[in-house]
Design a protein around this ligand. Structure first.
Ligand SMILES: Nc1nc2c(ncn2[C@@H]2O[C@H](COP(=O)(O)OP(=O)(O)OP(=O)(O)O)[C@@H](O)[C@H]2O)c(=O)[nH]1
Length: 209
């Protein structure tokens, strides 16, 4: 599913579907709730849901649809991301906990799985290293996170859902920027393909005459 434009009056609104992935307990719900309500409430239960929030960025209305997923491990290595989730998402936020090395390993596995099943280049991903406030217990360095993001062509942020709203806001806004860039690129390459088709239709005909 691509980014959709909804027109209300004269104002086109862009809809962006964002999927949050990552191991158990890394703070997917905490980041979602922080973004939606500006609050950190501490306990989040384990309900999987899709939430919406409308924001204006650079004069354009953006409707964020956010799917806070539940992590389920299938087998030893593979981390399940459903077909429905893969098709639904315009962009993904992949979260790990800087104090939990196994959650970092899970993010790498999930990235590989996404790349295998849906070309990574076609879906923007932002990696989020969460729980920065607990950095004295850190088991994953910032450098490791940055390198992973660089090698997989993803955005990267280290944040604390517990401490700040602003860092979390930047994550969601950056992902929307990436989704919009991708969309513009697709449009322009579709335009070029159209021109190439028209030109070859004209010249193809001439040659046939
Ligand atoms: N100190 C600290 N704790 C956090 C932070 N973010 C989340 N937590 C805590 O980590 C625990 C798990 O947070 P959740 O948001 O439920 O994690 P989740 O990834 O949604 O977990 P699942 O739904 O089980 O997959 C909760 O006790 C949160 O309060 C953070 O930035 N700092």
């Amino acid at each position: 599913m691509g980014v959709q434009e909804v027109t209300e009056g004269n104002q086109p609104r862009v809809e962006v579907n964002i999927l949050l992935l990552g191991a158990h307990n890394v703070g997917k719900s905490a980041l979602t709730v922080r973004f939606l309500t500006r609050r950190f409430i501490g306990e989040y239960g384990d309900m999987e849901s899709v939430y919406s929030r409308i924001d204006t960025i650079d004069g354009q209305e953006i409707c964020f649809n956010i799917w806070d997923s539940q992590f389920t491990q299938v087998g030893e290595k593979s981390c399940s991301v459903s077909d429905k989730q893969l098709q639904w998402a315009d962009g993904m936020i992949l979260v790990y906990d800087i104090c939990d090395r196994s959650s970092f390993d899970v993010s790498l596995q999930q990235l590989q799985e996404i790349r295998r099943r849906r070309k990574l280049s076609s879906v923007p991903v932002v990696i989020v290293a969460n729980k920065r406030d607990l950095r004295r217990h850190r088991s994953v360095t910032g450098e490791e996170g940055r390198l992973l993001a660089l090698s997989q062509r993803c955005g990267f942020f280290e944040v604390s859902a517990a401490e700040t709203y602003h860092g979390v806001l930047l994550v969601f806004h950056r992902l929307v920027d990436l989704v919009r860039e991708r969309r513009a690129l697709r449009k322009s390459s579709a335009g070029v393909r159209g021109i190439v088709r028209s030109v070859s239709a004209v010249f193809g005909k001439k040659r046939a005459e």
